[in-house]
Design a protein around this ligand. Structure first.
Ligand SMILES: Cc1cc2nc3c(=O)[nH]c(=O)nc-3n(C[C@H](O)[C@H](O)[C@H](O)COP(=O)(O)O)c2cc1C
Length: 231
């Protein structure tokens, strides 16, 4: 299994360690690639909309391409972010902005329809689930059909300070999730993904896209003539 991890922080704290516990509980053969933000993509979206015309027109494409290539090849994506002020970290938000072309309403990649994703967030007190949901919802808009979110209150500023009882809970939860992800099951395309795809098709057919290049993209995939991005 090819796994790509996108960390919304440069350091290996409670959030990274929780994801690492999950990784250790995925029992099949795995190839893992990790990206840390902002280290591996130190930019904010400029709002220039050049990516709408073509992903490679983004001023930061050279750096983005390395991550984009890895994501496309992955079976499983693991996103991690500490909860900062009841939200995902700023580097994670900047990353999601830089990949907004992936949304169903723009130029979704057909590869996304066969992936799973996990989003992990930790908070000292409140808001880990909220931060995880915000990232997970974004990935659903990328057309990833199975996105699992996990938020945990660690009562700590770093992994060393996390009480044993909470570490035991994390171990138990990650053991269960790891077992689920280790099964070699085909990704299920649910009603939401199907409905969103239908909506995307209808939008492009009605010329409601952000640019004629979006409609061309959808036409080229055969999606406006009934082809589906899933098997
Ligand atoms: C800038 C900043 C904002 C934070 N905001 C919150 C918050 O709103 N709620 C909370 O419970 N913890 C908050 N925390 C604490 C972290 O979410 C918590 O310690 C988390 O487990 C850190 O993960 P890490 O060890 O991976 O960095 C904040 C920490 C920082 C540095």
């Amino acid at each position: 299994m090819k796994i790509v991890m996108i960390h919304g922080q440069n350091h290996k704290g409670s959030t990274w360690n929780t994801a690492n516990v999950l990784l250790n509980n995925i029992s099949c053969d795995k190839e893992v690639e990790e990206f840390f933000l902002p280290r591996d993509l130190e930019h904010f979206c400029l709002g220039c909309y050049k990516c709408i015309e073509g992903r490679d027109k983004c001023p930061f494409w050279e750096e983005k391409k390395r991550i984009d290539d890895a994501i496309l090849k992955a079976d499983l994506l693991i996103f991690t972010t500490p909860n900062y002020c009841m939200m995902p970290s700023a580097p994670m938000k900047a990353f999601l902005d830089l990949f907004f072309t992936n949304w169903m309403s723009h130029k979704p990649y057909k590869e996304m329809f066969s992936k799973r994703a996990v989003v992990i967030s930790t908070a000292a007190g409140m808001g880990a689930k909220k931060a995880a949901v915000l990232v997970a919802d974004n990935l659903r808009h990328w057309c990833i059909p199975e996105v699992i979110q996990y938020g945990v209150q660690v009562q700590a500023m770093n992994w060393g300070m996390v009480p044993d009882k909470i570490k035991q809970k994390i171990n138990k939860d990650m053991h269960r999730l790891g077992a689920r992800l280790s099964k070699d099951k085909k990704v299920h395309i649910g009603i939401k993904t199907r409905f969103d795809f239908w909506l995307g098709c209808s939008m492009q057919k009605a010329n409601w896209g952000a640019s004629p290049s979006e409609k061309e993209y959808w036409e080229k995939q055969g999606w406006l003539d009934g082809a589906k991005p899933w098997k």
